[in-house]
Write a new protein. Structure first.
Length: 258
């Protein structure tokens, strides 16, 4: 194997947003063409190094090739990429508003209207507690037992509102579906389900801690679990869509590589 040719191919392949099977096919096609070109130059009497450089030059610059493959894999790639960033930004703002900013606004408004007597609807203080660092406060506002609250919401005989049940179960899944969808598109290193789930857990954990520290919500391990499930659903949806797109573009891709 020629190290320069293999490096050239790897630099192109790793920047393509397609699945591993498709990358394998593209790599084989590029390798066949490049080594064929190199052999032609060797037959003309050029040295090993000169033949490699001529083959790479004849095959084309990396950036146009990458753009070409991307355009075949997904039309209007640049517009699509920009649109993805915009949508991801909007999604991020919505999540921050829903989980933090909206609650801050409510707390500030209640304080302006009611002063120190304002009730915090997001955080519970037992009557005999001694402030935020009281162990009783932490016990009342945290759940570290997986699935405990989920089972409670689904099986409770108490008069719970339907929207509360949906918000605390299905809502926590839905809100992280876009994260699992966007991460692999925007950040190439998150192209595996394990990485997507890991980063979603980190983000969800950070939000839970922030809500708890700011007394804007209770810490619930079930929220983190449901958020992770949501990100996995989003990742799965992306992979299904992408496989469909790749399948429909296979013939165009082969014509381009030839």
């Amino acid at each position: 194997m020629d190290k320069s040719i293999e490096t050239y191919i790897d630099q192109i392949i790793k920047r393509l947003n397609c699945d591993e099977e498709e990358k394998y096919e593209i790599r084989d096609e590029m390798r066949d063409h490049l080594y064929l070109l190199k052999n032609e130059f060797l037959e003309e009497g050029l040295s090993e190094e000169e033949s490699t450089q001529r083959a790479l030059k004849s095959f084309g610059e990396q950036k146009p090739l990458i753009d070409g493959y991307r355009e075949v894999i997904f039309p209007f790639y640049r517009l699509y990429k920009m649109g993805t960033w915009v949508l991801f930004g909007v999604y991020t703002l919505i999540v921050l508003y829903y989980l933090l900013i909206k609650r801050i606004i409510v707390r500030v408004y209640d304080y302006i209207i009611w002063g120190n007597s304002a009730r915090n609807n997001f955080f519970f203080y037992p009557k005999d507690s001694n402030g935020f660092f009281d162990i009783k406060v932490w016990q009342e506002n945290s759940n570290l037992v997986p699935f405990r609250n989920m089972i409670y919401y689904l099986n409770s005989t108490e008069n719970l509102y339907l929207h509360d049940i949906i918000n605390n179960t299905l809502g926590n899944i839905l809100i992280f579906i876009p994260l699992g969808f966007f991460l692999p598109i925007i950040f190439r290193k998150y192209n595996k389900s394990s990485k997507v789930v890991l980063i979603s857990i980190i983000i969800s954990l950070s939000l839970e801690i922030l809500q708890f520290a700011m007394q804007l919500g209770q810490f619930d391990i079930d929220d983190i679990i449901l958020n992770a499930i949501g990100s996995m659903v989003g990742f799965t949806i992306l992979k299904v869509i992408y496989r469909i797109l790749i399948f429909t573009k296979n013939s165009d891709l082969r014509r381009t590589s030839n």
